[in-house]
Design a protein around this ligand. Sequence first.
Ligand code: PBG
Length: 330
Amino acid sequence: MSYPLTRMRRMRRDDFSRRLMRETRLHADDLILPVFIHDGPGCVDVPSMPGVQRQDIDALLRTAEQAVALGVPALVLFPVVGAGAKSLDAAEAWNPDGLAQRAIAALKSRFPELGVITDVALDPYTTHGQDGLVDEDGYVVNDATVEALVRQSLSHVEAGADIVSPSDMMDGRIGAIRAALEHHGHVNARILAYSAKYASSFYGPFRDAVGSAGNLGKGNKYTYQMDPANSDEALREVDLDLSEGADMVMVKPGLPYLDIVRRVKDHFGVPTFVYQVSGEYAMLKAAAQNGWLDERACALEALVSIRRAGADAILTYFALDAARWLREAG
Ligand code: PBG
């Protein structure tokens, strides 16, 4: 009688040996929670992202308290401002008394140990919903936008942000922001560069959440975000951002781009973060609400897969739930 020379199933037989050979672990330390904030009052549900709300600053502080209690190291803020605060020059983005700046200050004074990350891009503040300033043809102009992003970054850091995270995909913005931070003495402000940010349709629910979808209308971001078909280009983007002074790089979205995550991590060996975006969250939630998928099992599987592909940390709307689930599982 013949028998297998190697029995791979031996190690899978028991929980103890499965645990011993487990290569990738997911921990609360690996998670970053994105939070939508508004002037309020109170909280408003985001219909396309069940369980996610636009929070006023009081609610944000309660969320931050949970993050601290669950061991989630950092939050990233996404402000939602009213039509009155939007303009062609996006000047609200660097208003020292703006919503983002007030939220940063409130968080740092209550929870100094919690990392505060801010998104640097103009889309919450432009009347057209683009991430930058546009010319008469609606084309997003690079260098003038970079100047605006520098002002926005400085105002975030001056309000107390630990990490600024440019998500705009303009050329040269990391170098310009780094130079300005150094020049103003903010030598420890960290930059998390959205380096390989794709022009993805998985951002749909996010654009509902921040209210930029209506403004963007039929517009798209193809002239600055990356073509989903490209991979070598992601390495060039990461290389540039690192040479310009990024401390961490990001690949976004997550699950459909795990090949990019692996290439970036192998090639550069630098802190590589992944954004599990709104559409990835919405898919899992919708299927779970229909009883088609087990939310907890599938969300944890997706997160561990992102880590296995090479991510050091993951921005995820599941951050608090996942930290809770991991704690319950011991
Ligand atoms: C905007 C920004 C977007 C996201 C993060 N920052 C949307 C976009 O580029 O249109 C998407 C996040 C998500 O979908 O969860 N600068």
